[in-house]
Write a protein that binds this ligand. Structure first.
Ligand SMILES: [Zn+2]
Length: 382
């Protein structure tokens, strides 16, 4: 038996007036998904446990079968694992965004005008030179997404994700470690501004110590692999001992290589992996951008470029089961993540499910199950 998990990041949404009251999932033409739902099973899952922030780190940890309430320590240490940055037990990792904050304190852009990775690396290198040391180290990442590793007494602070502040007054850190964070963010202004880019300072958030995830193969007796363009998902793979397959054309954007990810899945399963997870970020980016057209287009790309050829390829490999769900909703009207339960779809090559409709309304009557229990349902280890 082969198993596939499909994660259209943030694809769940709310009814939209421009779509005549339909959601993007309802408006998109997705004949393959519709057929899978009719012969499979659909339901609702709480991928974000009560009281936890609705981030991709939390939602994808659930999807991989680990209860975030038990295993999640923060977002940044997961990204650190994805970038090969190891954390010692006396260290904490922070996500370090390059952001743009106006003179009046408004968070103008949590992505700092999307600097190029190379120009951002020069900024981060200058930050390390000017402000690093004493156990504090900046690690350059991709575009606006970087990391800061600090001693563990930097841990205790309430930090607001910058994408939750878009167009609103910045809410600065609070708590015992807040003065240190504030001092570093304040000091970053002259360094970052000197580069003449749209970004003018760093924003620290998502901190935590390294989490401990029991290896996936030991928990389930199955070998697993995944593909993603996002460090966070890569990091979950590293922490859970799941092989991370790099697809050269994967961008994390609308133009990502859907076919490349699909083929990586089929190749990996054909080569012996038991389970493969395909993560595609485009739906989430469209939600953050408030771009209805791109969200619908990304869903249609999933159907035409991934699910259709994927299920044909799986048929050629033998019996299979497939689970599809997002890691949270990213409604285009809100342009940020929500904690609402999300629709899931479970399909078996043999059919045999009660059948249903894969949409927010289609699963509304279903009871809400914890997201981390779906992995057991997929591989039939309840
Ligand atoms: Zn996400």
């Amino acid at each position: 038996m082969k198993y596939v998990v499909c994660v259209p990041d943030g694809c769940a949404d709310e009814p939209v007036a421009e779509l005549d009251g339909r959601t993007p999932l309802e408006a998109a033409s997705m004949p393959v998904l519709g057929a899978l739902a009719r012969r499979g099973e659909v339901g609702r899952a709480a991928v974000i446990p009560d009281g936890m922030a609705p981030g991709s780190d939390v939602g994808n940890m659930s999807i991989l079968g680990y209860d975030p309430a038990r295993h999640h320590t923060g977002r940044a240490p997961i990204e650190a694992a994805g970038r090969g940055v190891a954390l010692a037990s006396d260290q904490v990792a922070y996500r370090c965004n390059l952001v743009t904050i106006a003179d009046d304190g408004t968070m103008v852009d949590f992505a700092g005008g999307h600097p190029g990775t190379e120009e951002a690396a020069a900024v981060v290198s200058a930050l390390q030179e000017e402000l690093g040391g004493d156990g504090v180290r900046f690690h350059a990442g991709v575009q606006y997404r970087h990391l800061l590793v600090a001693p563990s007494d930097w841990l205790e602070a309430d930090c607001v994700p910058p994408h939750d502040l878009s167009g609103r007054p910045a809410v600065w850190p609070r708590g015992p470690a807040a003065p240190r964070l504030q001092a570093l963010m304040d000091a970053s202004r002259s360094v970052v501004s000197s580069f003449g880019l749209a970004t003018n300072q760093v924003w620290l958030w998502g901190q935590g110590r390294a989490p401990v995830l029991p290896p996936f193969v030991e928990r389930h007796g199955l070998t697993a692999a995944l593909t993603t363009a996002v460090d966070l998902i890569r990091g979950l793979g590293v922490l859970a001992g799941i092989e991370v397959v790099e697809v050269p054309g994967a961008t994390g954007w609308y133009d990502t290589d859907y076919e490349g990810k699909r083929d990586a899945c089929l190749d990996s399963l054909a080569a012996g992996a038991d389970l493969f997870l395909i993560h595609i970020e485009a739906t989430d980016e469209a939600g953050h951008a408030g771009d209805l057209g791109e969200k619908v287009a990304a869903l249609e790309n999933w159907d035409r470029r991934v699910l259709g050829p994927l299920t044909e390829g799986l048929d050629a490999l033998g019996p299979w089961r497939l689970l599809l769900l997002p890691d949270h909703a990213t409604p285009v009207a809100l342009r940020t993540h929500t904690s609402d339960p999300v629709p899931w779809l479970l399909a078996d090559s043999e059919g045999g499910g009660p059948g249903g409709t894969y949409s927010e309304a289609g699963v509304a009557p279903a009871p809400v199950v914890p997201g981390h229990e779906l992995m057991g349902r997929l591989i039939q280890q309840h």
